[in-house]
Design a protein around this ligand. Structure first.
Ligand SMILES: *Cc1c(COP(=O)(O)O)cnc(C)c1O
Length: 373
């Protein structure tokens, strides 16, 4: 087939969810504009309540990004210099970066090849006398085994911060992620399942004291005007952003259902292999931020799909322990073989609300044709 004559299937297309909301979004802008309600305004307060409720948490604290939320979560728990934090080497950069920002040391734990999530069975061997916290990542929208993580954390008196930046609405044994540990952090980066129109994030918790601390940390360590209790930051969620996110939140469930339906179709069509979808852990309800397969000859498959107009993504081509930014922590090739294997064969296929079943079938038949040819 000629690259120029087929309809392209983009990796992600936000038009389907944005077009129907356009006039309501313009109305939110007009309202915020006219009220001059820009900082910690009415929309932030409402959105914090509404989002926390959807995540099964008592408190929500709007923060400027998912990255900032994760860093403030560690700081609120007192994680800092001299502490080790256990996390996965197979995630977005921010997961490990925030540990370093807070002054602590990331200690990686290899992933389970079936799910590519942190393998709780590998926690024990990574434990040091300095371990202070665990930061599991619900990768691609699939919950980590939080029963195992929390049991381990309780046994060793560790804090638990969930990186739920890809997992809005995902459930572990029926409970939404985010409030399963002490603090859960979400991102509203535009491509996330609940995406804003710029950067944004939120921390959720059931602990009122931690909520107060997070509120202070995101707002210059402020208690009252010009009274700064500690060295906080300017990391608030914008009121305009919160207003726009409030428009989207009521649709999240419908969009998630659609992702799950399309994922089931991918699974059915790819059941014969050799490109294998990630497995779903019993008890996990993934929200499919991405639909990822383990693909032999990944790069050639990717090129083949591109010639058929199908755009794919590689998340992540380099595990965190091998990123130059974290070279100071002594990671070397071979340290985390499962994460390294995944970096070589994980391929994410197009998946978003509004993607047609016909497009999914075109993707899966192109995948099959590649391996048959
Ligand atoms: C997106 C993401 C973040 C960071 O969120 P931002 O809002 O972009 O700062 C952190 N961790 C994971 C796993 C992510 O996917």
């Amino acid at each position: 087939m000629d690259r120029t004559t087929v309809d392209p299937i983009p990796f992600l297309n936000l038009a389907h969810v944005h077009e129907p909301l356009e006039s309501a979004a313009v109305e939110v802008f007009r309202q915020v504009y006219r009220k001059n309600d820009f900082i910690l305004g009415e929309h932030v307060r409402h959105f914090e309540e509404e989002f926390a409720h959807s995540a099964g948490a008592a408190y929500g604290i709007g923060i400027s990004s998912g990255t900032a939320a994760l860093e403030l979560a560690l700081r609120a728990l007192g994680v800092g210099p001299g502490d080790d934090v256990l996390t996965t080497p197979f995630s977005f950069f921010a997961t490990a970066a925030v540990i370093v920002y807070a002054g602590a040391r990331p200690v990686f734990v290899d992933v389970d090849p079936a799910t590519l999530n942190l393998d709780p069975r590998a926690l024990e061997q990574a434990l040091t006398l300095k371990t202070k916290a665990i930061m599991p990542v619900h990768l691609f929208g699939q919950p980590v085994d939080m029963t195992a993580v929390n049991t381990f954390a309780r046994a060793h008196k560790l804090h638990v911060v969930e990186d739920a930046c890809q997992a809005h609405g995902a459930r572990w044994h029926g409970q939404p992620v985010g409030a399963l540990g002490e603090i859960g952090c979400f991102s509203f980066y535009p491509t996330k399942n609940l995406g804003g129109f710029g950067d944004g994030g939120m921390a959720v918790t059931n602990d009122g004291r931690l909520a107060e601390r997070l509120r202070s940390l995101r707002n210059c360590g402020r208690r009252a005007q010009y009274e700064h209790l500690e060295l906080g930051y300017n990391e608030r969620l914008d009121n305009l952003q919160a207003g726009l996110l409030r428009l989207k939140l009521p649709h999240l469930k419908t969009w998630t259902d659609e992702r799950q339906r399309l994922a089931a179709l991918y699974r059915r069509e790819l059941a014969e292999g050799p490109a294998r979808p990630l497995e779903v852990t019993p008890g996990a309800s993934p929200v499919y931020h991405l639909f990822t397969v383990r693909a032999p000859r990944r790069d050639a498959l990717r090129e083949h799909l591109a010639t058929h107009g199908i755009q794919t993504g590689v998340f992540y081509p380099t595990p965190l322990h091998l990123q130059p930014a974290f070279a100071g922590f002594g990671g070397k090739p071979g340290d985390f073989p499962e994460a390294e294997r995944a970096a070589g064969d994980a391929l994410s296929l197009p998946l978003y609300p509004g993607l047609s079943e016909k497009s999914v079938l075109r993707v899966t038949s192109a995948v099959r044709a590649f391996y048959a040819g």
